[in-house]
Ligand binder design. Structure first.
Ligand code: ADP
Length: 483
């Protein structure tokens, strides 16, 4: 039986309401292509209602102490912990990832809610040094106002929980718009926020199948002071251009094209293990996914042999089966993009060592794939493939691989495997990425700033930097007068 949230309406001002247009849209199980249910399709008029509710809630929410806001977040955390299994099931149902991965994602949501409940209490200001005896100055940090959170389908709970927890901790109120492929996880999370007693208007949820007009209406409202977005670089650029018209804050976590560099002095066992742990997670549909695997010529054959054997042995199937290691892709568009990238690579001389083809439907299946003979001119070296494809490139020299690794418009995450401390330092400094994992495939943690450089984004999520994104420094200057 399908795992579904109890509510399929919009959540505005503490109430579940139908869309003003009364429209709905279907949500599909990517493993079967069956329609799971219909959810409300918000219109631009709903944008107005949601922003009005968030703006009305802002004065009282931002006036709470950090500890009081933190207590609300902890109440949400505790209720989410009780509902963890239900949410994980809803996520696997609409997104396809193995249930184990969905459970891990809910654990990450719990951790972020708890972390930012604590950070709410640590919003410090500064007292500036006196350079003029007749004046005293301080900087306080004030929440920006209404935050628009637009989230993707690949981590439908984590992205929403992290953005919402951080903005609320800062004292902002939120209007959230989840991806059209995965509204059910968002609805289930907002059921938790509602039942945990978050005050009406502090968090609002608008689901839609047609994000462009709704996004335009939301960003077109001057009361929205910040848009935090995770998704494609193309949409991120559109949102940034729109936000520029009213000088709204933007934080953008966009695509990645992670290099995974394995030197001949690396612990090859570790590198193989770490690559496999990263590459096929979420069926390769992650922005931290290694998209270009650079392997030193001296260890290449051994490395490729082991990765290929492991990839060929992965069990692809429905995320609800205990045995499943790789689930379906999110939808037909995603599947066709992977097919196009592999076709282009093969036409340009790449060799398929395993996989290289879709599996028959129903459902959107692609075989875990390893390609060699890859070069920079291929589409999969320039664009995000967002699928279970492992393109292997060979190199010999450190400066050559550094240049190639940086030769991308993206700059989110890079991975380096080496046994040399000096090389590790040189590479971590030379790689133009927001996050570098050195012999580490899980560099992103709660307390760390996560985000990209170049076209991978602006701003950071996580840690202290994450909450600063939603705070405005305010200078207060006291003239002491003639006395
Ligand atoms: P992907 O290609 O991985 O689906 P997108 O960037 O298209 O990534 O989607 C990420 C999020 O951005 C989703 O919530 C989607 O609905 C939303 N989105 C897409 N286009 C727009 C738009 N023009 N305005 C506002 N939001 C959008």
């Amino acid at each position: 039986m399908a795992a579904l949230p109890s509510h399929r309406e919009l959540y505005v001002d503490g109430a579940w309401i139908p869309s003003t247009g009364r429209g709905t849209f279907p949500v599909t199980d990517p493993a079967t292509e069956a329609v799971l249910c219909e959810v409300a399709d918000a219109t631009p008029a709903d944008a107005e209602r949601a922003v009005a509710a968030a703006a009305a809630a802002f004065p009282s929410w931002s006036a709470l102490t950090g500890a009081q806001r933190g207590a609300h977040l902890l109440a949400a955390r505790d209720l989410l912990a009780e509902r963890a299994d239900r949410l994980a099931r809803i996520m696997t149902q609409e997104q396809g990832k193995p249930l184990r991965e969905s459970r891990n994602e809910i654990d990450r949501c719990l951790a972020f809610l708890e972390w930012y409940a604590g950070e709410a209490k640590r919003i410090y200001g500064e007292v500036l040094p006196v350079i003029d005896p007749g004046r005293r100055q301080q900087v306080i940090r004030r929440p920006q106002g209404v935050v628009l959170a637009i989230t993707p389908w690949n981590f439908p709970a984590m992205m929403l929980a992290r953005k919402t927890a951080t903005a609320l901790a800062a004292g902002c109120t939120v209007v959230a718009k989840p991806a059209e492929q995965t509204p059910l996880t968002a609805l289930a999370l907002f059921e938790v926020f509602d039942e945990a007693g978050l005050p009406p208007g502090t968090v609002n949820l608008l689901t839609t199948a047609d994000p462009a007009p709704l996004g335009a209406a939301l960003l077109g409202d001057r009361r929205v002071r910040h848009v935090t977005f995770t998704g494609s670089t193309a949409v991120g650029k559109l949102l940034a251009a729109e936000a520029a018209k009213r000088v709204q804050h933007v934080s953008l976590e966009l695509g990645g094209h992670a290099p995974f560099v394995v030197f001949d002095d690396a612990d090859v066992d570790l590198a193989v293990d770490h690559l496999l742990g990263l590459k096929f997670k979420n069926c390769g549909q992650t922005c931290v996914n290694p998209n270009r695997i650079f392997v030193h010529a001296a260890v290449r054959d051994d490395f490729v042999k082991r990765v290929t054997a492991a990839a060929a042995g992965l069990r692809v199937g429905n995320g609800f089966d205990d045995e499943t290691e790789v689930g379906p892709m999110i939808d037909r568009d995603g599947l066709e993009k992977v097919e196009a990238h592999v076709r282009d690579a093969v036409q340009q001389g790449a060799r398929v060592l395993t996989g290289g083809e879709a599996h028959p439907g129903p459902g959107f299946w692609y075989a875990p794939t390893v390609l060699t003979g890859v070069h920079a001119g291929m589409r999969l070296c320039r664009e995000e493939t967002f699928g279970p494809v492992t393109p292997v490139l060979e190199f010999e020299h450190e400066d050559e691989v550094t240049e190639q690794a940086n030769a991308t418009d993206y700059g989110l995450v890079a991975y380096v495997y080496t046994g040399s401390l000096a090389r590790a330092l040189r590479m971590s400094e030379a790689l133009e990425f927001g996050v570098v994992g050195v012999n580490d495939n899980q560099p992103g943690t709660l307390q760390a700033p996560f985000g990209g450089v170049k076209e991978s984004g602006i701003g950071r999520e996580g840690g202290r930097d994450g909450i600063l994104e939603f705070l405005e420094p305010k200078l207060v200057s006291f003239g002491l007068g003639p006395g």
